[in-house]
Write a protein that binds this ligand. Structure first.
Ligand code: FAD
Length: 285
């Protein structure tokens, strides 16, 4: 279909984009366009003004610092998957980048666009939750940081307000000792019907704790806090420990339902993905 009429401006800087956002409360940012353009073509979204931030150098790139990694919000999925030093320091990022959609989407879609879009079946939210990332958000009045755990506030809704821009994603270093990502792909789109990102910390051969990000299951990606608590209570990685932990992970979670997966099936898939991700992570050394 054809979208409603729209003006297009390529921003020359983050400050320029923020000024344009402040001047039009219905303006929308455009990064890779692989979520926004399809829904505009379906006329499920419209805007009088598209502000293109996808090529701004200040929003692109990967910086490695002593205690964190800083990723520009407009860095593409493919750039994340291809960055060798990033893969060494944070292998979970490469693993996830490689299973997003197909090369066309990976070459255009951006980390920031995916996170702000907050699709309940997107991959990056689970990964950024498991890595305990912080989101740097800039507005005309300054910059604030939002922890990943407080970033996904509802269905297709993030903590970034209409007049703000997600500028960088900050990932603490050193990263976890063992990681894994397991995803049950929707056969048509590649999105997660259910997926689990697991990050474990070890002292010698003993697991001392970890983080678990889930996506695809509920209306927002979420941290499985109750299950994480089990990880620091003498978790050995045995099949019995994993089964017990998985049973605690989804208390109080209302599963999504759609034409592909009803709630019971989706919940079962979520448990299997988490169980497999934990098994993979425990085996990694
Ligand atoms: C066929 C297909 C298959 C896909 N499969 C998968 C998949 O398997 N897994 C997966 O995770 N995703 C998948 N996607 C989604 C893809 O990864 C998108 O690229 C991504 O979700 C959005 O990124 P984008 O840069 O394209 O954002 P855009 O479409 O440009 O923007 C999305 C939203 O975020 C806002 N926005 C963008 N950047 C910023 C910013 N820096 N600050 C504030 N707001 C911002 C925009 O205003 C818009 O509302 C798929 C998409 C397609 C078309």
């Amino acid at each position: 279909m054809i979208p409603y009429p729209v003006d297009y401006v390529r921003a020359t800087s983050v400050a320029h984009a923020l000024a344009m956002l402040a001047g039009d409360s219905e303006a929308k940012l455009l990064a890779g366009g692989h979520s926004l353009i399809p829904i505009m073509k379906l006329r499920l979204a419209s805007t009088p003004l598209l502000i293109d931030i996808g090529r701004l150098p200040e929003l692109r790139g990967i910086e490695i610092h002593s205690d964190h990694i800083a990723i520009g919000a407009a860095t593409t999925h493919a750039e994340l998957g291809d960055h060798l030093r990033l893969s060494e320091l944070s292998p979970l990022i490469r693993i996830a980048a490689d299973v997003i959609a197909d090369p066309t989407v990976r070459n255009r879609g951006t980390l920031g666009g995916s996170l702000v879009n907050a699709d309940p079946s997107a991959d990056w939210p689970a990964v950024m939750l498991a890595l305990d990332a912080r989101m740097e958000v800039r507005g005309v009045n300054g910059t604030r940081e939002v922890p990943a755990d407080a970033f996904f506030v509802g269905l297709m809704s993030s903590a970034v307000r209409q007049d703000e821009i997600l500028t960088r994603i900050l990932i603490p270093l050193p990263g976890p000792d063992r990681v894994a990502y397991r995803k049950f792909r929707h056969p048509a789109s590649g999105y997660a019907v259910a997926a689990a990102a697991v990050a474990l910390r070890y002292a010698g051969n003993s697991c001392t704790g970890g983080t678990i990000g889930m996506t695809g299951v509920a209306e927002t990606a979420f941290r499985a806090h109750a299950a994480e608590a089990e990880l620091s209570r003498g978790f050995t990685g045995s099949a019995e420990d994993i089964a017990r932990l998985v049973e605690t992970a989804f208390d109080g979670v209302t599963p999504l339902e759609d034409g592909f997966a009803d709630g019971a099936y989706r919940m079962q898939l979520a448990k299997v993905m988490l169980s497999r991700a934990l098994t993979d992570a425990v085996r990694e050394s």
